[in-house]
Write a protein that binds this ligand. Structure first.
Ligand SMILES: CC(C)(COP(=O)(O)OP(=O)(O)OC[C@H]1O[C@@H](n2cnc3c(N)ncnc32)[C@H](O)[C@@H]1OP(=O)(O)O)[C@@H](O)C(=O)NCCC(=O)NCCSC(=O)C[C@H](O)C(=O)O
Ligand code: MG
Length: 280
């Protein structure tokens, strides 16, 4: 992961004030939304407002545009408009399979694609979607998924686990970024913190967010803690010392450290470094 994606903030492209405000917010990435957060009558003006907003400097924050599906009246125009924008990725909603990405790729020559993972078919085809040559990231769409599953919202997200797990496996197998779905109750800090911790434990790179008040909690949850960074350094030092003496295993805090643990430790340090670079 060359850059962090702890906090990925949705902003309706019809909301000029929010797009301006985001230039100073502590988000690792921004999703400028032309899809569900924009009313049908506002789609065309939102597209124009977005093009204007993207002439501004968003600093180190990744800029991602969520277009409408090509099956809608707006999708093709959104895709063509993206081809001329200075952005990091185009996010395609309701991806069921590779064909959906092929169709968008044909309209947008070079920009990396991200996929909204939010339909039952998308879950079942996650491996193929992750393997698409233009795909660079996946975003869980847990609201649409719950709608299609007919599932209830639960704090432990048990009904979501099969879908979350399939998408995580697919993303990790292909080495693409994967961020968790939104937490709708944006004033419930404890609920958000718990869901971020769960997502971090599962292996997500970060969380999609709907309000600036959610940024701090997600940024903290998906960053390595000071203790994790310190442990990673000690593991690397201990392993280096062990190998210098011809041994393949070290022991730190009563636990073995082998080369695979060193790989994880290096990832932790790389992640901490990428996060520190965001603040500069
Ligand atoms: C949820 C909101 C409608 C709340 O808006 P509002 O009532 O304006 O909130 P506040 O008054 O508390 O706002 C305080 C200030 O923060 C700015 N603000 C608010 N939201 C954002 C934002 N997302 N990005 C940047 N800035 C934001 C306000 O402008 C205020 O600024 P100031 O004037 O300086 O005080 C609103 O937060 C909102 O619209 N959120 C985004 C909703 C959205 O994008 N939804 C679609 C994505 S979720 C989804 O589709 C999931 C997926 O597809 C799935 O299936 O699960
Ligand atoms: Mg959705």
């Amino acid at each position: 992961m060359a850059r962090p994606y702890r906090s990925v903030l949705y902003i309706p492209a019809a909301n000029a004030r929010a797009m301006e405000k985001a230039r100073g917010l502590a988000a690792d990435a921004i999703i400028f939304d032309l899809e569900d957060a924009v009313a049908p009558d506002a789609k065309a003006t939102a597209r124009d407002a977005l093009a204007q907003a993207l002439t501004q400097d968003y600093g180190p924050r990744a800029r991602i545009v969520r277009i409408n599906a090509l099956s809608t009246a707006w999708g093709a125009d959104d895709a063509r408009a993206c081809a001329g924008l200075d952005i990091d990725a185009v996010l395609v909603p309701k991806v069921d399979g590779q064909d959906d990405l092929d169709r968008v790729a044909a309209l947008i020559p070079d920009t990396p694609l991200w996929a909204m993972m939010e339909t039952p078919l998308g879950m079942l085809n996650a491996a193929g979607i992750a393997a698409h040559p233009r795909l660079a990231g996946m975003v869980m769409g847990t609201n649409d998924l719950a709608k299609d599953l007919g599932s209830r919202f639960r704090a432990d997200r048990l009904p979501m686990m099969a879908g979350l797990g399939l998408c995580l496996l697919a993303a990790k197998a292909e080495g693409v970024v994967i961020v968790d779905g939104v937490f709708n109750a944006f004033k419930d800090e404890d609920g958000l913190r718990a869901e971020c911790e769960q997502g971090r434990d599962m292996g997500f790179d970060g969380k999609t967010l709907i309000h600036p008040a959610q940024l701090e909690i997600a940024n903290a949850a998906f960053a390595p803690t000071e203790a994790e960074v310190a442990l990673a350094r000690r593991q690397i030092e201990a392993f280096d010392a062990a190998t210098a003496q011809g041994q393949g295993v070290a022991v730190v805090d009563g636990r073995i450290v082998e080369n695979l643990h060193v790989a994880t430790a290096r990832q932790t340090l790389d992640r901490a470094q990428a996060i520190a670079a965001m603040a500069q």
